[in-house]
Write a protein that binds this ligand. Structure first.
Ligand SMILES: [Fe+2]
Ligand SMILES: [Fe+2]
Length: 363
């Protein structure tokens, strides 16, 4: 699904603004010469950069954009350049942003038009505390992504409050309600982060850890894939199988997280470790640093188990999800890569409520 269509004269001149939009909304970029009415029909907002657009392309843009009456339109222009302003009006675009404007102004404008992409529609049977907590988590994740791309301070106090809300919601309504609620999310990326948070908090609780530790793990989970803000959502949430190149790009996200979090005094050290090292494995076969057993802290190990388990059990359009039992079989089959003791505690937590049901269905 494309929400935002970016049209410009030259794709090589991809500005920072454009790549940022792509990491916040499902986006397609195209040159005017490749534009067709099909592109316009499938999106909610078109952003046209008028720099370098030839006069004969103005009429073409006007005709194509007219074919979708629901379409919102925004143009990036030089407001001092009368020709560009008139061209925008000719095309039928009256919302204009100056090219010199800073990134947050453009993001705010898009948010004003499209609403908050991260806010999901939840089923009616989800308990109130969980609903409120999912919404506040989505909005905190959205603020986090924007801060990461605009290089503003990360909203750590908001994220701590959010992690606290998650632990409270799970305590009151149970992990199953949290998982059902977040599974409704239309974006795989948001869904995954919230699943990991639910699992990491629950495993910490099961280990008998104090509340501050559970909140720290919740916080780590919310930040763990932050580096993915450098990857377009259209790749992260791609409904089909990923190409090799796309997979390689996604695998760079811990390195991107490291770049974003470097020198961020506002972020606890353990949280940075969880973000950078949650793909490390105890036998040294993980990435990005090939760390081994003792070099990997317990917080990172908990995060890694929650991350892998979430990835195995979540649904994607192109793959079946594994049942909890299958997921644990796979994870126990990973030999010395994961912390077996933590894995056992987690399995007991996840499978125990299931046992009665499984026994019943066996008769
Ligand atoms: Fe990751
Ligand atoms: Fe992850």
């Amino acid at each position: 699904m494309t929400q935002v269509l970016i049209v410009s004269a030259d794709l090589k001149k991809v500005t920072k603004q454009f790549s940022t939009i792509a990491s916040l909304y499902p986006t397609t970029q195209i040159t005017v010469s490749d534009l067709s009415p099909e592109h316009v029909i499938r999106c909610s907002l078109v952003v046209v950069d008028l720099q370098g657009i030839a006069p004969n392309q103005v009429e073409l843009l006007r005709r194509f954009l007219k074919s979708n009456p629901q379409l919102s339109k925004l143009s990036i222009v030089d407001l001092k350049n009368r020709k560009e302003v008139l061209q925008a009006q000719e095309i039928g675009i009256f919302t204009l942003i100056d090219r010199r404007e800073k990134l947050p102004a453009l993001i705010l404008k898009i948010r004003e038009i499209l609403g908050n992409y991260s806010r999901p529609v939840l089923e009616a049977n989800i308990p109130e505390k969980t609903v409120k907590s999912v919404w506040s988590t989505c909005s905190a994740l959205d603020t986090l992504s924007i801060a990461a791309v605009t290089e503003d301070p990360l909203p750590v106090p908001t994220l701590v409050r959010t992690a606290n809300d998650i632990t409270k919601a799970i305590e009151t309504d149970g992990l199953d309600n949290w998982l059902s609620a977040v599974h409704c999310h239309h974006s795989h990326t948001f869904c995954h982060t919230m699943l990991v948070a639910g699992h990491a908090v629950s495993l910490s609780k099961e280990l008998g850890k104090p509340e501050e530790f559970q909140i720290l793990l919740g916080l780590g989970a919310l930040v763990h894939d932050l580096g993915k803000v450098k990857i377009p959502l259209s790749i992260l949430d791609k409904p089909g199988k990923l190409t090799e190149q796309e997979r390689e790009l996604i695998d760079k996200h811990p390195i991107y997280s490291k770049e974003i979090l470097k020198g961020r005094k506002e972020v606890p050290k353990e949280v940075i470790e969880m973000a950078v090292w949650h793909h490390e494995l105890l036998d040294g076969s993980g990435y990005p640093d090939g760390l081994k057993a003792d070099q990997i802290s317990q917080t990172v190990r908990i995060l890694t188990i929650s991350d892998i388990y979430s990835a195995l059990t979540e649904k994607r359009a192109y793959k079946d999800s594994y049942s909890p039992r299958q997921a644990f079989a796979i994870m126990f089959g990973m030999g010395g890569k994961l912390d077996k003791e933590l894995l056992r505690v987690f399995r007991n937590k996840i499978l125990t409520p299931d046992l009665g049901h499984l026994k019943r269905s066996a008769f």
